[in-house]
Design a protein around this ligand. Structure first.
Ligand SMILES: C[S@@+](CC[C@H](N)C(=O)[O-])C[C@H]1O[C@@H](n2cnc3c(N)ncnc32)[C@H](O)[C@@H]1O
Length: 281
């Protein structure tokens, strides 16, 4: 069952998104447009009073405004916000200045050898890796199983497709190469017929819990709370290998064991992460 308690709409332009979302999650829809320019504390107070949320309880609400949808976590520590804004400056800086096809992600996926691979991103999350791959020419079909995360990504894609959101033609083409599917990728992979096989399957399951939890970024804390640690990641790799696809790439923390104990064909290592590449030639 979803832990989302409601959809709060700030600002008129989000009118169309809010009610549909509230219906999808079977939660109430609230007009909070009078709070648009108010401080977070006021917004939190309004949300708590409307949803009758006890002071110490942790819960989530969607916040629809002029930009892409956000998910707000309310807890005894206050508010944390998560969104999948694909037009944000950090991500677009990485798109333009992140090293292009020389960056580890691109090399791992084989973008230096094939310019327009079809990639199945079986762990879409907030769509950032998929966005970078698409900006380098890949067509990326994303699969995400957690409804709250998928709603953020769907909204980000829709906002990025709106003509007024397009910062440049390249950005529009990048977004045009992305698609999103709901469901568990283990089931999707089992259905892939020979002729539908992508060139590459990309897996970035949640990393195992870290010792130094104080260092975990706020965004990651929400993801951990909502998504957990993807305990079936080994099965996901097995399902990917069973498709017979030529290349599988797994993103892992630098010193974590390989998924399913399977030895990669080669590994690209960075300071904190690495990419295990499985080739089936
Ligand atoms: C670490 S995040 C991925 C981050 C993503 N690469 C990005 O750049 O934003 C992992 C995501 O994969 C999703 N996931 C894990 N296993 C999955 C599966 N079997 N099917 C679909 N989604 C899955 C989780 O719900 C989570 O949202």
């Amino acid at each position: 069952m979803s832990r989302v308690r409601g959809v709060f709409v700030l600002g008129e332009s989000a009118d169309s998104e809010g009610p549909d979302l509230a219906a999808d999650f079977a939660v109430p829809f609230y007009d909070a447009s009078h709070l648009e320019s108010q401080k977070p504390k006021q917004l939190e107070g309004f949300i708590r009073s409307q949803t009758k949320l006890p002071k110490d309880a942790t819960a989530y609400v969607f916040l629809a405004s002029a930009g892409p949808l956000s998910l707000l976590q309310l807890s005894r520590n206050g508010l944390l916000k998560l969104s999948a804004d694909l037009a944000n400056t950090t991500l677009n800086y990485r798109r333009l200045k992140g090293g292009g096809k020389q960056q580890m992600l691109a090399k791992a996926v084989g973008l230096h050898a094939t310019s327009h691979p079809r990639v199945l991103d079986a762990t879409a999350g907030l769509g950032r890796d998929a966005f970078i791959l698409a900006s380098l020419g890949a067509s990326v079909h994303m699969v995400e199983r957690v409804p709250e995360i998928r709603a953020l990504l769907k909204s980000a894609l829709e906002h990025a497709r709106a003509p007024e959101a397009l910062p440049s033609d390249d950005f529009g083409q990048t977004i045009g190469r992305l698609s999103l599917e709901a469901g568990d990728a283990i089931d999707c992979l089992a259905r892939i017929a020979h002729e539908e096989r992508p060139d590459v399957i990309y897996l970035d399951p949640m990393f195992p819990p870290r010792q130094k939890s104080a260092l975990v970024k706020k965004e990651m804390r929400i993801l951990h709370d909502l998504v957990g640690f993807d305990p079936d990641a080994d099965q996901l790799l097995e399902a990917a290998r069973a498709t017979g696809v030529r290349r599988i790439v797994v993103k892992r923390p630098r010193i974590a064991p390989a998924l399913s104990g399977a030895k990669p064909s080669h590994v690209l290592s960075g300071k904190t992460n690495r990419f295990d590449v499985y080739l089936n030639l």
